[in-house]
Design a protein around this ligand. Structure first.
Ligand code: 9GP
Length: 824
């Protein structure tokens, strides 16, 4: 039968967004993409069918977005280089962006299916450790929403962040096989493949034009293959690209060895090559000695730069104008080797002279630093670097030679300055300092919160900042209000939209402030409280089903979810829980505001003390949750495998957000913002972005405690003695004593000894010094919570005044102050 031609009036079945159109498309995809009829389709098949249906509706904008990048050389394209993109589940976010959630819900309901159950079924690509990778994903969302052409370049890890299970209270790491089923949001791009070399040696050779050029003879060559994921902006009109690289063998088989009968060695090369993008490294693990990690970083950097040069070339623009086509942001130092790689590509491959190449390079890159912990600044041992990237080491030496010449010429009075600024750490063993390489090779360097940027300039990168004062700047982080309010908190989103309309979703800063005027409105307060209750019930249900812990939705939900790290001080929180428990035990009739204290987060597999903290939380939960004297008024829960999906349930349910890191240690934090825009009030120190959040919401709407950065430094300079803080504080002494003596380890007195000894004798993060102030502040929070109108007012004002923490604002600042890219 001849195919029926579509009339002008009949909608295209692949883009039709009506309820009936979606229904037909889902059934069509169910049959043709999964091979199932409606009657015998499983939940996963429905998910695939819905995902393909949504993806079809994104493709037109996507193709236009790619064409715009490839055809419009006048607008600089942002290239965001990040080893991590923690994009989270895609289906719900994409439907929200296209505005088709409700018609899809109805279409599925007419087929007897529940959209929420299908959304919940989606496996999450865990391509990041936490804040840094999630920030990259929020930025991609904002770039697309603001219509800024951008490509996110990263790594398609076959195994993402490990899955955390809790067995008998302890963390157990399980492999994350997120690609077990095909990932419907990616398109493998056969046409975008680049060869990436590793190892080997270099020598000089005369080029055909008579000039001497360095030749690099690699030990290995692998192919980087592009997998593209669309990033659609709110409203669905603009779509950008996330391009993730997968390593593949240049030749799957070495046929000569295969023919000689050596089957195993013939597949060796394939196995080696594919190993490069096999697994994401958990952070907080020492990187030194991890050759494969440097291989990963180089693979994605080299492929991305080759890809950008290819795009630039196809625009017909001269190579010297590369920086007018791309503004490249280095997300932390993981992609910092890009500075040397761009120099190699321009000088060695394209024959550009060094000075021109350096000028192009330093106008192209900008670098974001994300840490204040000196031990987290990446350094690669020279021998390892030389083995993996011999040519790049030569280039780093040459950059350094020229740079140090300028340092010595500018500051003859400070002969030690060159040693401090050098790209090479000359202590034994010698290292390449990646933060120095990134700074020297970039036109701008930014921290991620005002305090962080100040401390970078003052301490961590102080000498570099003094030498390049014009480069250093700040861009405070933000989070996307689409995923982190509209999507994850439909109850509060509806309550907000009923008052101020829906424009806040893509004009957050301008619009959300309008809620201020309703902060004392009893009707609005009642709706606000009802929304919070709905979210607390949702989390209560989750806790009951996965943890078998009974939470009371009327209790104060007091939450700390983030990576487990000593500087974030989850142990301070546990000590406080133990102190509250002791108060209740001693005085069961006391006036006590019921609390549900919820923890979540992963510890790096090799981080012993962080794993002790997880065990302690779970052991304390075991005792507290079953003690009849407590009578349910204090509950402790550790939610396993904290990730984007569980975050979407946890943040909206929180009343109190715990942001209790030692001042001067947390670069910014972004969980603090996610909690805040979902109506949680913060209890926190003056650290990271807390400082700016407090300034925005008003000090009366923030529970502040703890030492300031300057006080911390003063205490440490004076010689800190943790034990001194036990003397005047019997509650603290008792809690530590109980942990040490086995009250929370089933009588095993040795169990938590490393943690307790650390606190008593070292306490690098001043847990004991901040304990008293933390307890007082917690008491204030409890008293305020006992007055629902006062608390709800605080909650509303927190949301209303946190407009600046939208990642749209951050991206506008990057566009204007760093990338020089037009933005609305
Ligand atoms: O620890 C910081 C965190 O404070 C910040 O919010 C996030 C995004 O800027 O980056 C984290 N840093 C890292 O994950 C590694 O440096």
């Amino acid at each position: 039968m001849a195919a029926k031609r579509r009339t002008a009036a009949s909608p295209d079945p692949r883009t039709d967004c009506s309820r009936e159109g979606l229904r037909k498309a889902v059934l069509d995809n169910l049959f043709y993409a999964t091979g199932h009829a409606q009657e015998n389709a499983a939940r996963g098949d429905w998910y695939t069918a819905v995902a393909y249906t949504v993806r079809d509706r994104m493709l037109k904008a996507w193709v236009q977005g790619i064409e715009r990048i490839a055809a419009d050389g006048d607008v600089r394209c942002v290239a965001y280089l990040s080893a991590e993109f923690l994009i989270g589940p895609q289906l719900g976010a994409n439907m929200l962006a296209l505005g088709i959630t409700e018609p899809m819900r109805e279409a599925l309901a007419s087929l007897g299916q529940d959209l929420d159950a299908i959304v919940f079924h989606e496996p999450e690509p865990g391509l990041g450790n936490g804040g840094l990778g999630r920030l990259a994903a929020c930025f991609m969302d904002s770039l697309a929403t603001l219509g800024v052409p951008a490509i996110g370049y990263g790594i398609r890890y076959e195994f993402g962040m490990f899955r955390q299970a809790i067995e008998d209270g302890a963390q157990v790491e399980l492999a994350d096989k997120w690609l077990r089923r095909p990932f419907p949001w990616e398109l493998p791009r056969g046409g975008q493949q680049y060869e990436v070399r590793l190892g080997g040696k270099t020598h000089m050779e005369t080029a055909p034009d008579g000039t001497l050029r360095v030749q690099w003879t690699p030990a290995k060559t692998v192919t980087a293959c592009a997998h593209d994921i669309p990033v659609v902006g709110h409203g669905g009109t603009h779509c950008n690209l996330l391009r993730l690289w997968r390593a593949e063998a240049v030749e799957a088989f070495d046929f000569s060895t295969f023919n000689a009968g050596e089957y195993f060695s013939s597949v060796h090369d394939k196995i080696f090559s594919e190993t490069i993008t096999k697994v994401l490294y958990p952070n907080d693990d020492p990187y030194q000695g991890k050759q494969l990690r440097l291989g990963q970083q180089y693979l994605f950097v080299s492929a991305s730069l080759q890809d950008m040069l290819h795009i630039h070339h196809s625009l017909g623009k001269p190579l010297e104008t590369f920086h007018t086509t791309f503004a490249i942001q280095l997300n932390d130092t993981h992609p910092a080797v890009a500075v040397a790689e761009l120099m190699r590509l321009l000088v060695d491959v394209h024959g550009m002279d060094w000075d021109t190449a350096w000028s192009v390079t330093t106008q192209t890159f900008a670098y974001t630093n994300h840490t204040l912990l000196p031990e987290a600044l990446e350094k690669w041992p020279l021998p390892l670097f030389a083995e993996v990237l011999p040519r790049h080491l030569e280039i780093v030496y040459e950059i350094n030679r020229r740079f140090l010449e300028s340092v010595t010429a500018a500051h003859p009075e400070d002969p030690d300055l060159a040693r401090r600024l050098s790209l090479i750490d000359e202590t034994s063993p010698r290292f390449v300092r990646m933060a120095h390489l990134a700074t020297v090779g970039s036109k701008a360097v930014n921290g991620v919160a005002a305090l962080h940027s100040e401390l970078l300039k003052r301490d961590v990168l102080g000498d570099l900042a003094a030498f390049f004062p014009e480069k250093f700047t700040n861009v405070t982080n933000g989070v996307t209000p689409r995923r982190w309010l509209a999507l994850c908190n439909p109850a509060l989103a509806a309550c907000i939209s009923n008052r101020i309309g829906t424009r806040w979703q893509d004009h957050f800063e301008e619009e959300i402030i309008r809620l201020e005027e309703f902060a004392d409105d009893p009707d609005f307060q009642a709706q606000w409280q009802a929304a919070k209750l709905t979210n607390k019930q949702r989390l209560t249900h989750l806790a009951k089903t996965i943890l078998r812990v009974e939470l009371d939705p009327a209790a104060l939900f007091d939450v700390q979810v983030k990576r487990i790290h000593e500087y974030k001080r989850q142990h301070l929180n546990v000590l406080r829980v133990i102190a509250l428990y002791n108060r209740l035990r001693r005085n069961p009739g006391m006036d006590f505001v019921p609390r549900a204290v919820i923890f979540g987060g992963k510890a790096a597999p090799a981080y012993y003390l962080a794993k002790q903290i997880i065990l302690l939380v779970n052991r304390v939960a075991e005792v507290v949750n079953t003690d009849p004297a407590v009578a349910g008024r204090l509950r402790v829960a550790f939610v396993p495998n904290f990730n984007v999906r569980s975050g979407q349930v946890i943040y909206p349910a929180a009343d109190l957000s715990q942001q209790i890191s030692l001042a001067g240690k947390e670069a910014s934090g972004t969980g603090n913002m996610k909690f805040g825009i979902n109506g949680a009030v913060t209890i926190g120190t003056l650290d990271g972005a807390n400082v700016e959040m407090r300034a925005c919401v008003g000090e009366e709407n923030f529970f502040l405690f703890g030492l300031t950065t300057d006080e911390v430094q003063a205490v440490q300079r004076a010689g800190y003695s943790p034990a001194a803080h036990l003397e005047g504080n019997p509650e603290l002494a008792e809690a530590l004593d109980q942990i040490r003596s086995g009250v929370f380890s089933r009588g095993d007195a040795g169990c938590f000894r490393p943690l307790v000894d650390n606190l008593l004798h070292r306490d690098e993060y001043l847990v004991l010094a901040d304990f008293a102030s933390y307890m007082d502040c917690q008491d204030r929070a409890a008293r305020t919570y006992a007055d629902p109108a006062a608390w709800t007012r605080m909650s509303i004002l927190n949301v209303a005044r946190l407009g600046m923490f939208s990642s749209d604002r951050s991206i506008r600042e990057y566009c204007r102050n760093i990338w020089n890219v037009p933005v609305e």
